[in-house]
Design a protein around this ligand. Structure first.
Ligand code: AMP
Length: 278
C-alpha cells in the first residue's frame, strides 16, 4: 500500500488506473472498511483519503476532539487490501491564503434542512473538500455510506453540478450487533452512554414498524416521548422524509422512498442515524 502525502504522489500512484475512491476522516472502523471492500470486489485500484476537513466543522470543539489514529488506520487499510492512502497536511488541501476561498456550489434545500440546519455551512465544507479530493484522485467510482444519508445525496448533487464522470455508490450502514451504527464518534461515548445511544436505533425501528399503521404525527410524538423518558439523551431532530428531497412527508405513500432520520446528543456526543422506512 502506497502512502501519499502530496497531490503529486496521488496523481503518480493513480495515473492510468480504474480508481475506486473512499474519502474518510480516519479513526476507521468496519463501516469504512465495507466501502473499501466494495471497491476491491469490483476489481478497482482502491484509494482512501484520511483528512479531518476543518471547513466542515461548524463547532471548533468538535474538530479538536475528533479522534486521530493514523498508525492503526494504515494497518487496517493495509489488511483490507487498500492500494493507496492519501494523508495530506492541511496546507496541501488548503494552501495558505486560499482558506477563505468562496465555495460557489449551491445544494439548495439539501444543504439547509436537518443536518444543514443544525450544522450551518457543514455541507458547503463537505462539498468543498470532496470536490478538491475528486480533482486530485480523479476516481471513476466513489463509495459513500448511507450512514450519512444527507451527505450522500449532497455528493450525488455535487457530481451533477461539476459534471464529474464519477459514479457515486451508496453503501448500507454497518451496525454493531445491538443496532448501534458504527461511527468514529462512538469512541467518545462512556460505557453507560454506549447503552443510552441505542435509543437512536430504537426510535428508527419503532418508526419503521409503525409507518402505515399509526398516524405520522403520532409516530413523531411517540419518538419525542421516548427521548423524554431516556436520561442522558437529548433529541435534536427526528423526522420521516422523502429520501430524494429531504422534505418531511405529510402522509403515508408507499410509492415514495421514505427515510427516518435522527440526530441526538448522548453524553455530550452528537450522533446521527437513519433508516429506510419503506
Ligand atoms: P467519515 O470518516 O465519518 O467522514 O466517513 C467516511 C465514509 O464512511 C462516509 O462515506 C461515511 O458515510 C462512511 N461511514 C461512516 N460510518 C459508516 C457505517 N457505520 N456504515 C457504513 N458507512 C459508514
Amino acid at each position: 500500500m502506497k502512502i501519499a502525502k502530496t497531490k503529486a504522489e496521488v496523481r503518480e500512484g493513480t495515473n492510468g488506473r480504474d480508481v475506486g475512491f473512499v474519502p474518510t476522516m480516519g479513526a476507521l472502523h468496519a463501516g469504512h472498511l465495507s466501502l473499501v471492500g466494495e471497491s476491491r470486489s469490483r476489481g478497482l485500484f482502491t484509494a482512501v483519503s484520511i483528512f479531518v476537513n476543518p471547513t466542515q466543522f461548524n463547532n471548533p470543539e468538535d474538530l479538536l476532539k475528533y479522534p486521530v489514529d493514523l498508525d492503526r488506520d494504515c494497518e487496517m487499510l493495509r489488511s483490507a487490501g487498500c492500494d493507496l492512502v492519501f494523508i495530506p497536511e492541511r496546507d496541501e488541501m488548503y494552501p495558505p491564503g486560499q482558506d477563505e476561498a468562496p465555495f460557489l456550489h449551491d445544494f439548495g434545500d439539501l444543504e439547509t434542512r436537518f443536518e444543514g440546519h443544525y450544522r450551518p455551512g457543514h455541507f458547503r465544507g463537505v462539498g468543498q473538500v470532496v470536490h478538491k479530493l475528486f480533482e486530485i484522485v480523479a476516481p471513476q467510482w466513489a463509495f459513500f455510506g448511507e450512514k450519512d444519508f444527507q451527505q450522500l445525496q449532497v455528493i450525488r448533487r455535487l457530481v451533477e453540478i461539476i459534471g464529474m464522470p464519477c459514479e457515486i455508490v451508496g453503501m448500507p450502514t454497518i451496525r454493531e450487533k445491538d443496532g448501534l451504527a458504527l461511527s468514529s464518534r462512538n469512541r467518545r461515548l462512556e460505557e453507560t452512554d454506549r447503552q443510552t445511544a441505542l435509543i437512536l436505533y430504537r426510535a428508527l425501528e419503532y418508526a419503521k414498524e409503525s409507518i402505515g399503521k399509526a398516524a405520522l404525527h403520532e409516530i413523531r410524538a411517540q419518538v419525542e416521548r421516548m427521548f423524554q423518558d431516556e436520561r442522558g439523551a437529548e433529541l435534536e431532530y427526528f423526522d420521516m422524509i422523502d429520501a430524494q428531497t429531504f422534505v418531511p412527508i405529510q402522509s403515508f405513500d408507499d410509492q415514495v422512498e421514505t427515510r427516518g432520520i435522527i440526530a441526538a446528543y448522548v453524553g455530550g456526543v452528537r450522533l446521527i442515524d437513519n433508516m429506510a422506512l419503506l
